[in-house]
Ligand binder design. Structure first.
Ligand SMILES: NC(=O)C1=CN([C@@H]2O[C@H](COP(=O)(O)OP(=O)(O)OC[C@H]3O[C@@H](n4cnc5c(N)ncnc54)[C@H](O)[C@@H]3O)[C@@H](O)[C@H]2O)C=CC1
Ligand SMILES: O=C(O)C(=O)CO
Length: 319
């Protein structure tokens, strides 16, 4: 029997592509364009497996049109909100993701956004770069101190816990809300709030690390933002849909939210141009997991899942 045929939708790391090409018959286009619904449907008749990213959307409508040849979707992402899982399950298509290997990289970016937003990194960089920095003043770009402040985390999974570990290095007081309370060892002194509102009330800084699900979409709306302390800082490296962007923009304008660090937006690519009007917002184009080491690890995890599947075993990260 020949090698299984797989479609790699995007420009994965060189090490991933080399290994994939060694072990599989690979269809891959270096143009690195997101796969459209039409591409996905057409490709399903040509391949046994796919390695898509969160830029390819497997809606219920798309899934209904997939060719029975496609047996496995080995995502190159931990988030799977781009996949309509019940429809895929009903079609018997195996779906996997890449948990764990991207936690540190994503937590690093959250840390950068938290510090950058709190300390006016965007305005400061612009001032120096533009040549407009003409005098020093004790009143210039005065930010919010992170050390010793209270940090609220929503979603204490791989990324949330990695972020808590790093924030402890800044002497932050960690509070969290999660679907389950962690063990005492996992908590490492963090305070659990079963009630989300109670977490919000104490969060000078808030970082979002839960997946986008019907339960969490729109989680940070005007009412919840209002429950937070005045001048709070919001960090989102999870998914744009968790935040009501209009409500966050209003809260930034009123000063109730002091700053925000955003890696994810409701509309991607592109983001929300209204945030550009706020110097106290630091933005990145959804690159939480974008480090060399993590891209290799994500690609290898996706391939590990395919290898198990094509050997007739259950993939380690099957959802
Ligand atoms: N910006 C980026 O490049 C990246 C974004 N992400 C996003 O971050 C999310 C989290 O990633 P991981 O930590 O690896 O996932 P994970 O599955 O390890 O952790 C998610 C945590 O959220 C909790 N959770 C789920 N629903 C919740 C709810 N309604 N309320 C409170 N907690 C809830 C779960 O119990 C779990 O502890 C991903 O789903 C993805 O959307 C992840 C990696 C990179
Ligand atoms: O893995 C994910 O969910 C991402 O958003 C990109 O790494």
């Amino acid at each position: 029997m020949g090698k299984p045929v797989i479609w790699i939708t995007r420009q994965l790391s060189d090490a991933t592509l080399d290994r994939a090409q060694r072990d599989y018959e690979v269809i891959w286009d270096p143009a690195d364009e997101p796969g459209s619904a039409e591409d996905i449907i057409a490709m399903s008749a040509r391949v046994d497996g796919m390695i898509p990213c969160h830029s390819e959307h497997f809606s219920a409508e798309v899934v209904a049109q997939l060719d029975p040849r496609l047996k496995i979707i080995a995502n190159h992402s931990v988030g799977v909100d781009h996949c309509e899982l019940p429809s895929l399950k009903a079609r018997g298509i195996v779906v996997t993701n890449t948990p764990g290997v991207l936690s540190d990289a994503t937590a690093e970016l959250a840390l950068m956004l938290m510090l950058g937003a709190a300390r006016h990194a965007v305005a400061g960089d612009r001032l120096v770069r533009s040549g407009q920095w003409q005098s020093w003043s004790p009143a210039m770009l005065v930010g919010k101190q992170v050390s010793g402040a209270r940090l609220g985390i929503i979603g204490m999974g791989g990324v949330g816990r990695a972020f808590a570990r790093k924030a402890r290095g800044l002497d932050m007081e960690i509070h969290y809300h999660n679907r389950r309370r962690l063990t005492a060892e996992e908590e490492a002194g963090a305070t659990y709030h079963a009630d989300l509102d109670a977490l919000l009330a104490v969060s000078d800084f808030l970082s979002l690390h839960c997946p986008a699900t019907p339960e969490t979409i729109g989680l940070m709306n005007a009412v919840r933002l209002a429950q937070m302390p005045k001048g709070c800082v919001i960090v989102n490296t999870a998914r744009g849909s968790l935040v009501d962007e209009a409500a966050l923009l209003d809260a930034l304008s009123s000063g109730h939210v002091g700053a925000a660090g955003l890696d994810c937006f409701v509309t991607e690519p592109g983001g929300n141009p209204a945030f550009a009007g706020h110097d106290n917002v630091m933005m990145m184009p959804h690159v939480g997991s974008a480090t060399v080491a993590t891209r290799d690890a994500m690609g290898f995890k996706a391939l590990d899942n395919l290898d198990h599947f094509f050997r007739g075993e259950t993939p380690p990260d099957q959802l």
